[in-house]
Design a protein around this ligand. Structure first.
Ligand code: 5GP
Ligand code: MG
Ligand code: MG
Length: 187
């Protein structure tokens, strides 16, 4: 069965995603145009890899790119609420501007853990750029640091979504759009 037949509904197609990512890249380029040191874009692996790749190619400033890996989901669709950083940065972010790049902010547990971690490393500001945001599911209210701003692509309804980097049990990351899985694909 082709992967597309597992999708019940497409929420955002490739054209809609592309236009929104360009918009976010322009906002970031404008916001950091005057800073003395290049911002560090930190992708949260694995889910943010496609968004990060699309975003950075549309930013017109010098930037650094790095990744962290955070485990919290395992193979289910519910966060277990205790994220753990299992792979840390290589780039030194002390006195630099950090932009955390996420696929989706849900409860906020992952971000609050990462913000505390970047703050402890001495980042001079911490922004967040998330492709999707599910504000109705928030359990933790994270605080941005310094002049940090919150950038988001789309507000996401309360469905478990896949595609454009996001998985269910490591599958579906390769879909070029964002969709909702058919219920039989969870079983
Ligand atoms: P949080 O810690 O905010 O609850 O969740 C953060 C992580 O959970 C996201 O970065 C993402 O990897 C995963 N997540 C949350 N909601 C969804 C969803 O609807 N679909 C997928 N594939 N992952 C999700
Ligand atoms: Mg993520
Ligand atoms: Mg996942």
């Amino acid at each position: 069965m082709a992967v597309h037949s597992h999708i019940e509904r497409v929420l955002w197609n490739q054209d809609q995603i592309s236009a929104r990512v360009s918009d976010l890249a322009s906002q970031i380029s404008a916001a950091f145009a005057g800073t003395s040191s290049p911002p560090v874009l930190v992708g949260v692996a694995t889910g943010a890899f496609i968004f990060l790749a699309d975003l950075v190619r549309r930013i017109s400033l010098p930037i650094a790119v790095d990744f962290v890996r955070v485990e919290s989901y395992g193979f289910g669709t519910q966060s277990n609420g205790a994220p753990r950083i299992s792979s840390d940065l290589k780039v030194d972010v002390k006195n630099n501007h950090v932009i955390l790049v996420e696929d989706i902010v849900d409860t906020g547990n992952t971000l609050s853990c990462l913000i505390a971690h970047m703050e402890a490393k001495g980042a001079s500001s911490i922004s967040v750029c998330t492709f999707l945001d599910k504000p109705t599911r928030r359990k933790v209210n994270f605080q941005l640091v310094g002049e940090g701003k919150f950038y988001r692509g789309f507000e996401c309804p309360d469905y478990f979504v896949v595609g454009y980097g996001m998985d269910f049990a490591e599958l579906y990351r390769n879909l070029p759009y964002v969709g909702v899985l058919k219920p039989e694909c969870y079983q």
